[in-house]
Design a protein around this ligand. Sequence first.
Ligand SMILES: CC1=C(CCC(=O)O)c2cc3nc(cc4[nH]c(cc5[nH]c(cc1n2)c(C)c5CCC(=O)O)c(CCC(=O)O)c4C)C(CCC(=O)O)=C3C
Ligand SMILES: [Fe+2]
Length: 348
Amino acid sequence: MPYDALLLVSFGGPEKQEDVVPFLENVTAGRGIPRERLEEVGEHYRLFGGRSPINDLNRDLLASIRADLAEAGIDLPVYWGNRNWDPYLTEAVQQMADDGITRAACFVTSAYSSWSSCRQYRENLFDAVAEVPGAPALDKLRHYYNHPGFVAPVVDAVRTALAELPAGSHLAFVTHSIPDAMAATAGPQGGAYVAQHRSVAEEVACQVGDPAFELVYCSRSGPPQVPWLEPDVNDHLEALSAAGVPGVAVVPIGFVSDHMEVVYDLDTEAAETAERLGLPFRRVATSGTDPRFVAMVRELLVERAAVERGQSVDRPVVGALPPSWDRCAAHCCPNPKGERPALCQEPA
Ligand SMILES: CC1=C(CCC(=O)O)c2cc3nc(cc4[nH]c(cc5[nH]c(cc1n2)c(C)c5CCC(=O)O)c(CCC(=O)O)c4C)C(CCC(=O)O)=C3C
Ligand SMILES: [Fe+2]
């Protein structure tokens, strides 16, 4: 095992009302998000007592990963650090350095390519390592959007939802909207964010018996004059209702657990839209701590460890796209605000 630790890398979220504003300031520093949008998102957090579900979900995931590794006989400490809130990545990297960790594999709670969902985390890892003398080397585990451990729980959850809806109901696969310009430059050849989501949507739809489906977006931000990926999930529900579609299962494939985008944007806002339209609606479960998803983390770790030992590996994958690369291309997913150093990539 070339690694002496695993690092769980996530977004972070506020845990009390006083955290909300500083958290939003961390997320949006220098990003040009209009004040009205920030106030609106602050209200979403306030509605839940200022406590995002995301940190507790990561605590559950951490416990599940530790139990799974122990059961598999892999004796490896697991650390956790966030981009935007306590526990921060810098603290996690400092703790690893203090514990004598020299090389860690990183599992990021974001499955797809784009600046927001991949490179920004790698920039944050660079910054954390730069601040900590004696920091361990870090390797990011490959994208897993098309790993069977991510897709299989979604397939089961879609079947459950469809069984509760009228025959002929549609699937609406949902992910976080990003600016069109960011989507255009995602991945080594551009367009990867949308292409990867499409491949998951097609594969899941195929496995559940080919219902009609669309890929739609939630949580649009930014100034109104900047185009972001569309259609918005709420507009899509209006269109389905107008077309006389008998029901919809909303499938949050862009997210690995029920954090704020899911519990507010889908379970609260989109559910209200469907209710107003009289459109039968089910929100499909996310991977969360499904044992297959948790086992996937270990499988990715074992796979990468073999690669680093120079062995050839079998890379399980479902759908039309090939397994992802281990190291990102130097030029992929550029930062819209200009180049910043990042870890876990090929030399330029
Ligand atoms: C692609 C993507 C993912 C999925 C991949 C991944 O998981 O990383 C994601 C996840 C998340 N986004 C989250 C929260 C927020 N994202 C914001 C803003 C933004 N997100 C963006 C993209 C993404 N975001 C973008 C392009 C912006 C505009 C600002 C910028 O250009 O950087 C803002 C500011 C307010 C607003 O503008 O909405 C907040 C509060 C939380 C935590 C939820 C919780 O607390 O449970 C999570 C998991
Ligand atoms: Fe976001």
